[in-house]
Design a protein around this ligand. Structure first.
Ligand SMILES: [Zn+2]
Length: 107
């Protein structure tokens, strides 16, 4: 858990996302929302399992080995952004990316 520590950024307020274990649901929440409230930045939450699913899917498509440790050591994912429309973009080290709008994987 907390594989994506320090990798997730909010494009709305510019702050990082922090990990939270909420009754065994592993989520990331914008630290702007957490520290300054919904008026500072509307509450956005990203589930760790959804991010892992996206990375695993990416690895399957491109024939890469899905290795959790490589996420932790930053050998696979460069950064992740969440925008105002709740679109999540995962930037990989090799220059490829995944885009997801919490319903569909766009690419
Ligand atoms: Zn924010």
């Amino acid at each position: 858990m907390n594989y994506f520590k320090g990798l997730i950024w909010c494009l709305n307020c510019g702050k990082s996302y922090n990990f939270k274990n909420d009754h065994n649901l592993h989520i990331y929440i914008c630290s702007g929302t957490k520290n300054y409230g919904n008026e500072f930045c509307p509450r956005r939450v990203v589930k760790e399992e959804d991010l892992l699913y996206l990375v695993e899917n990416h690895c399957r498509i491109y024939n890469l080995k899905f290795d959790l440790n490589k996420i932790r050591t930053r050998e696979l994912v460069e950064k992740i952004t969440v925008d105002v429309n709740e679109e999540v973009k995962i930037y990989y080290i090799d220059g490829k990316f995944s885009l997801w709008n919490s319903t569909n994987i766009i690419y």
